[in-house]
Design a protein around this ligand. Sequence first.
Ligand SMILES: Cc1cc2nc3c(=O)[nH]c(=O)nc-3n(C[C@H](O)[C@H](O)[C@H](O)COP(=O)(O)OP(=O)(O)OC[C@H]3O[C@@H](n4cnc5c(N)ncnc54)[C@H](O)[C@@H]3O)c2cc1C
Ligand code: SF4
Length: 490
Amino acid sequence: MGAVDGFLNYKRELPKSRDPKTRVEDYQEIYEPFSEDKKNEQAARCMDCGIPFCHSGCPLGNQIPDFNDAVYNKDWESAYSILNSTNNFPEFTGRICPAPCEGSCVLGINKDPVAIELIEKSIIEKAFELGLVKPEPPKHRTGKSVAVVGSGPAGLAAASQLNKAGHNVTVFERADKVGGLLRYGIPDFKLEKWTIDRRLEVLEAEGVVFKTNANVGGNISVDELKSNFDAILLCGGSTVPRDLPIPGRDLDGIYFAMDFLSQQNKRVSGNSDVMFNHKGEPLGLDLFATDKNVVVIGGGDTGSDCVGTSNRHKAKSITQIELLSKPSQSRTKTNPWPEWPMTLKTSSSHEEGCERDWAVLTKEFVGKNGKLTGLKIVDIKWGENGMEEIRGTDRIIPCDLALLAAGFVHPQKEGMIEQLELELDGRGNVVTNNYATNQKAVFSAGDMRRGQSLVVWAISEGREAAKAVDEFLMGSSTLPSKSKSFYELV
Ligand SMILES: Cc1cc2nc3c(=O)[nH]c(=O)nc-3n(C[C@H](O)[C@H](O)[C@H](O)COP(=O)(O)OP(=O)(O)OC[C@H]3O[C@@H](n4cnc5c(N)ncnc54)[C@H](O)[C@@H]3O)c2cc1C
Ligand code: SF4
């Protein structure tokens, strides 16, 4: 254990974020540097609890008190080795994980929890700086080959693990660049894309092969994969967005959030190629919020990313509306520690400016000459029988750009899933048994299997699926398996 009384002596402190007025002028990450002494103090707050609930709060089973102790002792090599044993990509989770571990930190019962996510980011960035993150190709190759379809966090984690086990791994990605939603969903101000490129260099040097513009079930047939590989692991994500089929939906000015966000990420990367929406239809690189009244429909992470991007485009006004009621500021009796706190979250994008409204139903898109001009909305209240409109609250709010950020329903069925004749569950996700689908030698992991989720869950699924594939190919596996997280036990 680090400092016995660290939790008494130090308050939780995070790096300062850049002034919202200036940071909306660029797409760079928003945090200022944080000194090594401060990181050391934050690690000292860990109490090294007898039962570390944070372990099971983390979907990867990260050994948090152990790496906190190493950071406190400025032993970065040990800290990196502990973190690397459970997490292939701490540079992503250390930046964008909502940190369910912190929700289950024992110190969080009556003080602010340990700043675990910050410590994780500090360890991996220091490890890169010290040259500790080196390519480690496997000593022996098994002669078996695996095709991983999809290069989001699930596919990348699986590829990394399967390569460690000695298999020849090829990752097929239909986009022009590797990374999945890390690359073309999550904005640069949350995750700068050099972090992905830096990791890809390591994976390539270890022997993982990447093929981009390779659409399996499109320009690459599933039969080609079946005949050339010993196993196939599908990590295609959950890509079909939830629509809002209400009157006026065909007006000009209504877009899915991902169409808006992925265009901007591409612009930031300096790429002016045509983008395609989830149906494969071309989108021009001309979708801007500049001088528009923007309404973001959906109160989650994706919606918040649309707010941050609209602020950078200099929208005239930005309103984010949500169907559910406003969450409370603190935990309720039905949401006790160590569960993930379902409390009101204010993101850095919200801090940059926007109106937020909850318990609001969108009834109609209103327009003139085929163009969107407003949204007809009404307040609702939630009761035992569901939602009820509140009489007399109908109103029209101005809107020239509506961004639908109401989540994703399931993976795309046309193409790969249909051609492989995969069994799907009632929600349209791929059915698996220990990551194996109904087709021999075909496995699935990540959002495609579990439904839309988080980066940390995608990495966890990729690691677990890699172990299942390794067992299938070799009869047994020495790849690590994680302990069950709190969320899988309850
Ligand atoms: C806007 C947005 C913001 C988010 N913010 C956060 C956040 O802050 N924190 C967080 O933890 N999570 C966040 N998430 C969720 C997180 O990004 C996902 O849960 C995670 O990326 C899922 O990983 P995955 O590997 O399963 O799939 P994806 O990341 O979706 O990757 C799937 C990949 O498969 C490719 N593919 C699909 N079909 C084929 C095919 N037939 N052939 C070849 N390639 C194919 C796709 O092109 C894609 O690159 C966010 C999601 C969105 C949309
Ligand atoms: S990956 Fe997420 S949940 Fe796990 S320790 Fe890091 S911040 Fe916490």
